[in-house]
Every structure is written in C-alpha cells, then in structure tokens.
Design a binder for this molecule. Structure first.
Ligand code: SF4
Length: 453
C-alpha cells in the first residue's frame, strides 16, 4: 500500500528547512521519499529510531528474494500490485524440478539435463525452467548429500527440501555458496533453525499449517533479522492453495501487511493428481501469485505451455515486446548475402527471421528500434522512417559486413524508399521487398542472385 508523502513529512525534522538533503523543504523531501525517488540517509538530522521507522514504512510491500547466484540467479517477489492490469508484475515465478534421493542415478541425470538444457527460443527470447529441488525422502542422509553434491556440480540454483533438520543444514553447508533456499522452516523447528540459518544466511522457505501460523513464523524470523524468506501456507488442496495465495497477495499489497509481504512457494509436486493435473495446477499458480513453483517432473510438452503462460502474464502490458536494435545473422551469411530491414516488435522479428530461415538464404536482418511497434504501425507513428532507418544502418556496422550495397525494405513501407536512399547518401540501392513475410520465400532466392551479381 503506497505511503502518503504527508505521512512521511510528519516524521521529518520540519523546522530546519536546511536543504542539506538536496530538496528545498522537508515536505519536498518527504514527497520524494514516498515516491521512492530518495533514501532516508540523505537527511542528516534523523535519529536512528526515526530512520528505522521510515525505512520500514517505505519498504516495498513484498520483499525481493534472491536464490542462486551468477548467471542462474533468480529474483522473486517485489510485486506492487495484485492484478497485472493495475501496473505490471516484476519477477516471474521460478519453476523448479523436484529430484528425490530415492530416484535412480539415470533419472537424476535426466532431470538435471532437463533444467540445464531444455530451452525454447520464443520471439527472440529463450524460455527455460530455473531451479532444481533435491528432496530428502530416502531416510539416508548420505544419499541425500550425494544428490545435493551432484546438483551443486550442475551450477543450477537449488531449493533444498528436507523434513530432517540435520540433513537440511548439512546440505546447506555443502552448497551455501550457491545461495540455495532451504525448506521447510516450521513451528516445530524454528527455534533450533534460527541460529543455524544465521551461521550461513541463505534464503529460507517457511511452511505454516495455515496463513495465521505463517504470520507468527515470519514475525519471529524478522525479529531474528532473517528476511530472505519465501512462504508456504501449507495447503495441499489446489482450491485451498489458490485461495491462500490470493489472500496472502491481497494482505501484502492492499493492506500493507508486512508479515505476509514475501514471495510464496507453491508445491504442486506434493498435490495428488498425476502429471497433467500437476501442470494445470502449476499454470493456475503462475496466474495466482506464486513466487516459486516446484514440479515433480515435466517434459517439453508440459513445460512449454507453462513457460509461455508465464511469459504472457509477466510481460509488461504497458510496453510491446521488443528485440534489441542491431543486425542479426540468419543462418550463416557472408559478404554477398542479402540485407533486409524490419522493425523490432518481437513478433515481426520472429516471423521475418523464420521466413528467411525457411527460404534457406543466409541473410542479415537489420532490426530498427520502432519502440516495439510493427512495420506499418511504426511508420504511422513516425518510429520507422527512412531517415531513422538510414541513421541506424550507418551506425550498425552492416556496411563492413557486406561488399554489395543493396538493402531490402518491407513492401508495406515502399513510400520510404526515396527518403531512405537520401538518408544513406545515395550509397545504397533500396529495394522494395514483399508486403507480407509469407512472400519472402518466393522473393529471397531470386534477390540473392542479384546481390552476388
Ligand atoms: S536535510 Fe532534513 S531537515 Fe534539512 S530540509 Fe532536508 S529533510 Fe529537512
């Protein structure tokens, strides 16, 4: 729940108006603090107590929690709204794959490979799962630790799952530098767990028997200085779990209730129902507020729809999906390969590059930043003009990659031909290409021959 600037102003010194914070008045500073544009340390006249109160008051309604490290680091939480259309969601839920220490070596290797290698190119992005979750099920601590070491060697992010605290913290000890999330901290083990967590702090998954119990657990952890927390209300029935996820999100965001202001962890892997039902439940958790989702297994057919659902829900509705402005190599182009231009709406890029690939003509695809708009819309909005494309082509470096000087523009914007030729100082011949990407297959092989002379 956003804090009003006037509420913040009441806690500032008020009388001084000394401007040392860089603002003309305490009130102006308060307004900036409330909007997140300044930090409390800028005012030197605040007592430690007021600073602590303000920091707490101004903290985002949901904590940002980081699992793993390096390239496979995963950030979850830090959401500001209940519903995506209110603004946007920030951190897509991590998808984790459970590996029991009762599973065979072959199965373990297969699951590690799935998370490491199963990825899908999608409109210029790469979609994949995020984490592995070694699970102590065998009762043999040695077996569990051997599994954790194997997962550790894969360099993937981890969630360590064990009801046995000794095994859980031994597993944490062998993997602490990977910043794994340890799960579960419960009302039964929290007193013993707190000093162990503080020895080597890593994120913690807290499981309550209810939302109410979760509140007392997170408050206890916060008092102990532990706030890298993901919360699980313990519900294992899909309907109850979705209800609890919704309640937690609303309490954190709409009511500003800090004890529930943490990302959640959802465990379809422990809900009955089989593979298909598990995938459907996971999909519901993507839409209904989960921060981390742990699955018992997946294959390409069940994972891809989940990843696309996640992508759709977690893209910012205020901005079209776009790819980076630069020239892309399609297949393996050489100095006599065609050069084509298009706009940077992800779908346009994906459709055009796929059509070039299908035509089997190695080419350079120059993608001009049109603020995520398609070709015609970009032109109508003044974002895909001959002048703009000319400036981009000059700085793109494409002239150093090809010996010819022919460039193909989309047929739908044939009217920019002259303008582009002028912008390129008449050094390039601008060729009007097909109006639709579906016609590229017919056009490109013949055009490629004219480029080679
Ligand atoms: S530094 Fe502090 S006391 Fe001075 S104007 Fe800014 S907020 Fe007010």
């Amino acid at each position: 729940m956003p804090v009003a600037g006037s509420e913040v102003a009441k806690m500032l010194p008020g009388r001084k108006q000394c401007k040392e914070c860089g603002f003309p008045t305490c009130f102006a500073f308060a307004m900036k603090l409330a909007s997140g544009g300044a930090t409390v340390d800028k005012c030197p006249y605040l007592s430690d107590e007021v600073k602590a109160k303000l920091t707490d008051l101004l903290a985002p309604p949901m904590k940002l929690v980081t699992l793993g490290q390096g390239e496979r680091k995963l950030e979850v939480g830090d959401e500001e709204v209940v519903y995506r259309h209110e603004k946007t969601y920030h951190h897509e839920p991590g998808i984790a794959l459970l590996i029991s220490d009762k599973e065979s070596d072959e199965k373990v290797e297969e699951k590690i490979r799935k998370v490491k290698e199963l990825e899908f190119p999608w409109v210029g992005l790469t979609l994949k799962a995020d984490l592995l979750a070694p699970y102590f099920e065998s009762g043999d601590k040695g077996k569990f630790l051997a599994l954790v070491k194997k997962v550790y060697a894969s360099e993937l992010g981890m969630i360590l799952i064990s009801e046995d605290m000794d095994a859980l913290f031994s597993a944490r000890d062998v993997s602490a530098d990977r910043n794994p999330l340890i799960y579960p901290v419960t009302s039964e083990n929290i007193d013993k767990a707190i000093p162990k967590i503080k020895e080597k702090p890593t994120p913690v998954g807290v499981r309550g028997k209810s939302v109410e119990e979760l509140v007392s657990l997170t408050m206890k952890l916060k008092d102990a200085g532990i706030e890298e927390v993901a919360i699980d209300p313990g519900s294992r029935n899909p309907m109850e779990a979705i209800r609890d996820q919704t309640f937690i999100r609303k309490a954190a965001i709409k009511r500003g209730f800090r004890p529930l202001g943490y990302p959640t962890i959802a465990l379809p892997c422990f809900m009955d129902g089989g593979k298909l039902k598990e995938a459907l439940i996971a999909s519901a958790f993507i839409e209904k507020f989960a921060g981390i989702i742990v699955l018992s297994d997946f294959d390409q057919y069940s994972l891809l729809p989940l990843l696309i659902n996640r992508l759709n829900i977690y893209t910012d509705p205020r901005f079209p999906m776009a790819v980076e402005e630069k020239y892309y190599e399609v297949l393996e182009p050489n100095e006599y390969s065609p050069v084509l231009v298009t706009s940077n709406w992800s779908l346009t890029y994906f459709v055009v590059s796929s059509a070039v690939e299908a035509a089997k003509v190695p080419s350079f695809l120059c993608v001009k930043d049109a603020e995520g708009l398609g070709v015609l819309t970009g032109w109508a909005a003044g974002k895909f003009t001959g002048e703009g494309i000319g400036a981009f082509i000059k700085k793109s470096g494409i002239a150093d990659r090809v010996k010819h000087r022919k460039i193909v523009i989309p047929g739908k914007v044939s009217r920019i031909k002259g303008e582009l030729e002028d912008a390129l100082d008449l050094k390039w011949e601008v060729v009007v290409g097909p109006r639709e990407a579906t016609e590229i297959g017919k056009f490109l092989p013949g055009f490629a021959k004219t480029v080679k002379g």
